[in-house]
Design a protein around this ligand. Sequence first.
Ligand code: LRH
Ligand code: MN
Ligand code: MN
Length: 386
Amino acid sequence: MTDAVRAALRAQRIELPSWAFGNSGTRFKVFAQRGVPRTPYEKVEDAAQVHRYTGVAPTVALHIPWDKVDDYTDLAAFAGECGVGLGTINANVFQDDDYMLGSVTSPDPVVRRKAVDHLLECVEIAAGVGVRDVKLWFSDGTNYPGQDSIRARQDRLAEALRETYEALGEGQRLLLEYKLFEPAFYTTDVPDWGTAYAHCLRLGPKAQVVIDTGHHAPGTNIEFIVAFLLREGKLGAFDFNSRFYADDDLMVGAADPFQLFRIMHEIVVADALAPEAGIAFMLDQCHNIEPKIPAQIRSVMNVQEATAKALLVDHRALTEAQQAGDVLGANAVFMDAYNTDVRPLLAQVRQEMGLDPDPVAAYARSGYADKIVADRVGGQQAGWGA
Ligand code: LRH
Ligand code: MN
Ligand code: MN
């Protein structure tokens, strides 16, 4: 059994967000860190470090226009030289003055056109570098009752999604992400998985839902959503992170490692862990007060630990207990796996992959952190909006 578990762990893939390597903060303060990337190329270099020490994070998601470059083929080639590849293209229709009343759901047709054109540009960028997924998240919504028609906004959303969907090439996917609230506080146009699911269902098989683990009300049973969407063939991807209050974008597995285990258990029972199953496991995080590269390494390790525990669940014993109505027995089987210390197993997996068993220590010893501080002098550091 552990042979299969170790093979599954070696084959696991986790995508990194380019924006995790830039400066970030809250609306109160951004604490700039020394050595932070100034260009998408430098973000890719940093992401490659995470892959170098973990071996399971070979792609970097881009956010457009934060990562706008003249030539994406050149960036992809550079990524290849660094040992990684480009991943999901994330659209950004939330940081332009024109979007004050919404982007694709704005009451102004000129603004809607501008927003859809950006989504089409993202599809084109992805196609140009052979990337499968384009991820859409809309900050659209309203702040006050009566501000706009809830129904009309759904119509505008459906129209924009349809046009984007039609532009997808062979093998491409549209990933629709929902979020409960923020920055809109009264209505959000895609607030929950049900809304995202309904739109994706109408669009067709290339449209799938993204679950950002930070985008729910407190107490939401996320693993139920995972199980449901998997069953319907409509789960496309995760944006992993932890939230203590509301979309804090902190390190995945930091707030509630048990929840992450429960989510990964649903993935394992649906046989959806392997990359061929088509679920993109991405991080969507920012590191405001901690060093960014080690924080990404730690996050990848947290996902690996939750996955290893999920792979260790004794499914035969669990099913037997479930079918016998043995409530305590079933729960005990589940908790046995969760309570297993999988760190030695993962250390072994890394050694089998020719890696250092302790990625955080190996990165610390490498001297890369000092090197980027010395090298990256001058220029404008990347950050949200840069
Ligand atoms: C929105 C979100 C979405 C964005 C990212 C930067 O809260 O989760 O995925 O693209 O943050
Ligand atoms: Mn997200
Ligand atoms: Mn978010």
